[in-house]
Design a protein around this ligand. Structure first.
Ligand code: ACO
Ligand code: OAA
Length: 368
């Protein structure tokens, strides 16, 4: 038996959803740079689930379907009001709410391709409504209903703030959603596939994936990056802060990657967005501090920023509360999780690896 810690380098499945080959990321064969510069999030979701880009009319009807399905059962918000709403982490609330949502879907347990695709639409459509509704409720406000005239990206910002967002914010948010949509067999996607490979349902797969994304070694890193920046606060504090953290052998959040050793191709887009957006809000110090951290961590450790590093200051610039950064990652990654779940069901086999036993030798149970 061969063992690698953390399954590093193990090819655990075949997939046509996305690929990372020679540090290049593609979704269904389309390069991430092209998608980031030219595709809308709805187009990317369609691509991930269907393997082809939608024609104009297909994109319109797919977007319409998402808009129609964006309303959530009132019970979800009623129950949310009973959560310890002011102290609970939004990712924990989201994990619970997505699990609860399954209770209100009559076809939750139906196991065929068409029903699973319908569930994918419902989940993708409702997750922004749930995240935004949670934020409204914990702020003492009522959830804002989805606006059928807005795009997926615009609608989330609208439901969060109660006002129609400006064009620049929508474009930036949409691009961030595109950049986070899928990433081959990352930890949360693998979790989703393991879960549904037992022929458990789509809601269980999504709930499991949200739990895996929550951790700071994965999606939780974007919130941790902003926490670090807030602690550092000023450019002149970067050097002593980072040096002390490295001396203590602490990980610097937003750096390093299991697969990319020459840099994450998504980071340059987010770096550029961070530069522009922090400028717009007249808080360019966050960008300047980030650049200085990047310079130090790359020089001292040879580590490069991953997708989470600059997305933190992008979301901050969009006025989003820091503990909502990972739920926003989940909104986007739901598209990838669902693509992998649908793919897993199509050609399923139980995922069950082995463990190398390193416990005590066989011994006799003491006789009483
Ligand atoms: C969307 C995403 O999930 S992107 C990743 C988000 N996560 C983070 O940003 C958290 C910080 N980064 C990390 O923890 C790691 O780089 C991971 C988990 C992303 C990838 O890790 P792996 O490739 O498995 O590397 P691993 O964690 O085994 O570390 C290898 C070595 O590099 C060091 N290292 C890795 N990342 C970092 C970091 N961010 N800061 C400082 N040191 C680091 C480790 O301490 C370890 O050093 P050692 O060999 O001296 O003990
Ligand atoms: O692929 C990974 O290990 C983590 C990652 O970058 C992602 O999920 O986007």
């Amino acid at each position: 038996m061969t063992t690698t810690r953390g399954l590093e380098g193990i090819v655990a499945t075949q997939s046509s959803v996305s690929s990372i080959i020679d540090d290049e990321l593609t979704y269904q064969g389309y390069g991430i740079d092209d998608l980031a510069n030219h595709a809308r999030f709805e187009e990317v979701v369609y691509l991930l689930w269907n393997g082809v880009l939608p024609a104009k009319e297909q994109l319109q009807s797919f977007s319409d379907e998402l808009q129609k399905a964006a309303f959530v059962p009132k019970e979800i918000f009623e129950q949310m009001k009973a959560y310890p709403i002011t102290t609970v982490h939004p990712m924990a609330a989201l994990r619970t709410a997505i699990s609860t949502l399954g209770l209100y879907d009559e076809e939750a347990e139906e196991m065929n391709g068409e029903a699973n695709y319908r569930k994918a639409i419902k989940l993708q459509a409702k997750i922004p409504t749930i995240v935004a509704g949670f934020e409204r409720i914990r702020s003492g406000k009522e959830p804002v209903e989805p606006n059928p005239n807005l795009s997926f990206a615009a609608n989330f910002l609208y439901m969060l703030n109660g006002t129609v967002p400006d064009e620049l914010s929508v474009r930036a948010f949409d691009k961030a959603l595109v950049l986070h949509a899928d990433h081959e067999l990352n930890a949360s996607t693998f979790t989703a596939r393991v879960c549904v490979a037992t022929l458990s349902d789509v809601y269980s797969g999504l709930t499991a994936a949200i739990g895996a994304l929550k951790g700071p070694l994965h999606g939780g890193a974007n919130e941790a990056v902003m926490k670090m920046l807030v602690e550092i606060d000023e450019l002149e504090n970067v050097e002593p802060y980072i040096r002390a953290a490295l001396d203590r052998k602490e990980k610097i959040m937003g750096f390093g990657h299991r697969v990319y050793k020459n840099g994450d191709p998504r980071a340059k887009h987010l770096r550029q967005m961070s530069k522009e957006l922090t400028d717009v809000i007249k808080e360019s110090k966050w960008y300047e501090m980030s650049l200085k951290i990047e310079e130090m961590v790359t020089k001292e450790k040879g580590l490069l920023p991953n997708v989470d590093f600059y997305s933190a200051t992008v979301y901050h610039s969009l006025g989003i509360k820091h503990d909502l950064f990972t739920p926003i990652f989940a909104i986007s990654r739901t598209s990838g999780w669902l693509a992998h779940i649908l793919e897993q069901y199509e050609n399923n086999r139980l995922i069950r690896p082995r463990a190398e036993y390193i416990g005590p030798d066989k011994r006799s149970f003491p006789k009483k």
